[in-house]
Design a protein around this ligand. Structure first.
Ligand code: PLP
Length: 394
């Protein structure tokens, strides 16, 4: 008999993954070109050439024992130093290798942070809509997710409600910008206000509240939109970064945490995170790909390909009568369902071989997420079906 916690997980298993499997099933029946799978955030743009070159160079030129061996649980020191320098160059920060811990993607990093910080019952505040896996990650450590309801006007966080939801048990606040599922970038004004609220609440309760900045989409920002670097606005910030989207390497499972020296209880947080990485069973982030990353710190994926998809999808759906705000980053469009029930709308879309994810999976019913990290021609081919769908519902 499986554990009670896992019984619940099996029952509510990720709707995104379920849609992804459904897409494969439908492709088998109708042919892949006639199924429009917008369900999962799997990058459609290839990893840059530098990645392949680095893999080959490293395998051919470095000693096999050092490429594939165990290391410090935080990762190779030279890789962490290179990453710290690269962040410092971009954002004017002053990190070194001691502030960087290599992780198994952003998901691994978030689990390490929660294991490091949470006692049972500790509260983690999230702003809806939010990446649904946060629920499971907090629950892994008996943390309690506290949800701030969505501001559907512009999808910036609802800061008035936020203020009222912080309690003496608040241990962390997750900020995810550019956001999954809205593609919204939280403005500098938002970040300044949010930081001020947290400073005040820390004083009021005499507690330490950490911001966890979950930023796998940092590099996917359009029209030169700026994504504020949160450690510069709030001292108690831990950054979780990932190369899953920025270098199109989701299967390689590589990312890092930045733990600035200014965070509360820094020495203990770093020691605990290092051990958490080990005892959660990751031991360390994958070795070869760490070395690859160190050689690809200035490499970029073709963000313009996503931008073209964004323009095509946003302009056409808007012209058909769908309501959505233009995303500034990531590769998602968050659209108001033309009927009240988002799940029913997804079912109707599926009848037209369009796979979407209901907003309820992100704590925001009444909306659906369209992941436009697909081939441009997939969007072109899907557009008539999107039009037919809304026309039928009008
Ligand atoms: N955080 C957000 C907001 C995400 O959208 C994702 C993946 O889609 C993750 C974390 C996990 O990413 P990774 O593949 O780096 O574990």
């Amino acid at each position: 008999m499986i554990s009670k916690k896992m019984q619940a997980q099996v029952q509510s298993s990720s709707i995104i993954r379920a849609m992804f499997e459904e897409g494969k099933r439908l492709a088998g029946i109708h042919g892949a070109e006639n199924v429009f799978d917008f369900s999962i955030g799997n990058p459609s743009v290839e990893a840059p050439d530098e990645v392949k070159k680095a893999i080959v160079d490293i395998v051919n030129s470095e000693d096999a024992m050092s490429i594939h061996g165990y290391m410090n649980n935080s990762g190779y020191e030279d890789v962490r130093e290179a990453i710290a320098k690269s962040i410092n160059k971009k954002f004017g920060t002053a990190f070194n290798h001691k502030n960087i811990l290599m992780t198994v993607g952003a998901a691994g990093g978030l689990n390490v942070v929660f294991k490091t910080l949470l006692n049972p019952g500790d509260e983690v505040v999230v702003f809806a809509p939010f990446f649904g896996e946060y629920r499971a990650y907090a629950d892994n450590f008996d943390g309690k997710l506290v949800i701030v309801s969505p501001n559907t006007v512009d999808f910036q966080p609802n800061l008035e409600e936020f203020k009222g939801k912080i309690t003496p048990n608040t241990k962390a606040v997750i900020v995810n910008s550019p956001n999954n599922p809205t593609g919204v970038i939280y403005s500098e004004e938002t970040i300044v206000k949010l930081a001020k609220i947290l400073e005040e609440k820390q004083k009021e309760f005499g507690t330490d509240i950490y911001i966890i900045s979950d930023e796998p989409y940092r590099e996917l920002a359009y029209d030169n939109a700026q994504v504020p670097y949160l450690t510069k606005y709030y001292a108690n910030t831990i950054v979780g970064y990932s190369y899953s989207k920025s270098l199109s390497l989701p299967g390689e499972r590589i990312g890092y945490l930045v733990i600035p020296s200014e965070v509360a209880d820094f020495e203990n947080v770093v020691a605990a995170a290092n051990i958490a990485n080990r005892i959660l069973g990751f031991v360390n982030a994958p070795s070869l790909i760490q070395k690859v990353i160190a050689r690809c710190l200035d490499a970029e994926v073709d963000v313009e390909a996503y931008n073209k998809n964004r323009e095509l999808l946003y302009n056409n759906l808007s012209s058909y009568g769908y309501e959505c705000i233009k995303p500034e980053g990531a590769f998602y469009l968050f659209v108001k369902a033309p009927i009240e029930d988002d799940k029913e709308f997804c079912a109707k879309a599926k009848d037209k071989n369009i796979l979407l994810v209901p907003g309820s999976a992100f704590g925001c019913p009444g909306y659906v997420r369209i992941a436009y990290c697909v081939a441009y021609k997939t969007i072109e081919r899907a557009l008539p079906s999107f039009k037919a769908l809304i026309d039928e519902l009008k």
